[in-house]
Design a protein. Structure first.
Length: 316
């Protein structure tokens, strides 16, 4: 098992959020006038965010009431859920945001203008779609609500980050995309942290367990070293609880037994390694399997795909 480093954070929640690293992002600076809405299509395994720089927007997700976003507010839409950004509730859909004519200022940044050209923009909003390196991010996205909204004026770090990110994207300079990605990385983490501060009782599942000082210690240990041969007894020891108490509490809060969670975390980590180009043999060894065949059977049973197929898909 990997030994904790001196700089490892003692807070399981902070440690888990720190490990969420983006691997891709696309940003669009949108200015709109008049009435209308833009369709944001479903992109699996991503997170979208919207930051209102000027005016008022309404975020619409099917099955949810429209979310009003004022200047300085930020909203996250997890799990790649399709949604709409509108100037007013129920406004006419003008088209898919990614298919409308727009000006590309780089490979990952566009400027989109909608509405009458002779009318000044009532709404200015920065929209982004991001994906992540960390396999554990799917645990977080799965337990977030359909929309996470935060008022940056209540959180100084967010209030400082928003204009920095918007400035890098509105006025691109050499290295701007790299800086914008890092800022967005921090901003997404800060938004989740701010939401947890504002809505302390809203967290469930993995996030709720991480906030628990005992369960959080065990989960953070699994995330740090998914390949370690974890046992129920070792996890209970990390949580300073008896095996029976730990198992019952973990299942009640997280929604699955501890060892089921370990197996799922292991396979998410294995999937990430395979996607990064690691060989099946290397991934099998890293996760404690004595043979590629044993690992391949376990991987296929948990994910519905073979390791070789994952590697071939990425290579295409």
């Amino acid at each position: 098992m990997t030994a904790p480093m001196p700089w490892d954070n003692d807070s399981p929640l902070t440690d888990a959020l720190y490990r969420l690293r983006m691997r891709g992002a696309f940003y669009s600076w949108t200015e709109a006038s008049g009435s209308g809405s833009l369709e944001m299509p479903q992109f699996p395994d991503t997170l979208s965010f919207h930051i209102v720089s000027r005016g008022t927007a309404f975020l619409e997700v099917d099955g949810e009431p429209p979310r009003r976003l004022e200047e300085g507010m930020l909203a996250l839409v997890p799990r790649g859920i399709g949604h709409r950004v509108a100037t007013e509730p129920g406004a006419r859909v003008l088209g898919r945001a990614d298919e409308l004519p727009q000006t590309m200022l780089g490979d990952a940044f566009s400027v989109l203008r909608v509405g009458p050209a002779d009318r000044p923009a009532d709404l200015a909003i920065l929209c982004g779609v991001v994906a992540f390196d960390s396999p554990a991010v799917h645990d977080m996205l799965a337990v977030l609500p359909a929309v996470v909204g935060v008022d940056s004026s209540r959180h100084p770090v967010m209030a400082a980050l928003l204009p920095l990110l918007a400035g890098e994207l509105r006025d691109p300079r050499p290295g701007g995309e790299a800086i914008a990605t890092r800022l967005a990385d921090v901003l997404v983490v800060e938004t989740v942290r701010a939401w947890l501060e504002d809505e302390p009782d809203a967290a469930s599942g993995w996030l709720a367990a991480l906030r628990d000082p005992q369960l959080g210690a065990a989960i953070a240990a699994v995330h740090r070293d998914a390949g370690y041969p974890w046992t129920l007894g070792e996890l209970a020891r990390r949580a300073t609880m008896s095996r029976s108490s730990f198992a019952a509490r973990f299942t009640a809060v997280v929604g699955m037994p501890p060892m089921t969670y370990v197996a799922a975390s292991r396979m998410r980590n294995a999937h990430a390694m395979l996607s990064a180009g690691e060989t099946v043999a290397a991934v099998a060894t890293a996760h404690g399997y004595g043979s590629e065949a044993a690992f391949s059977r376990a991987f296929a049973r948990m994910t519905g795909q073979t390791p070789g197929r994952v590697r071939r898909t990425v290579a295409v």
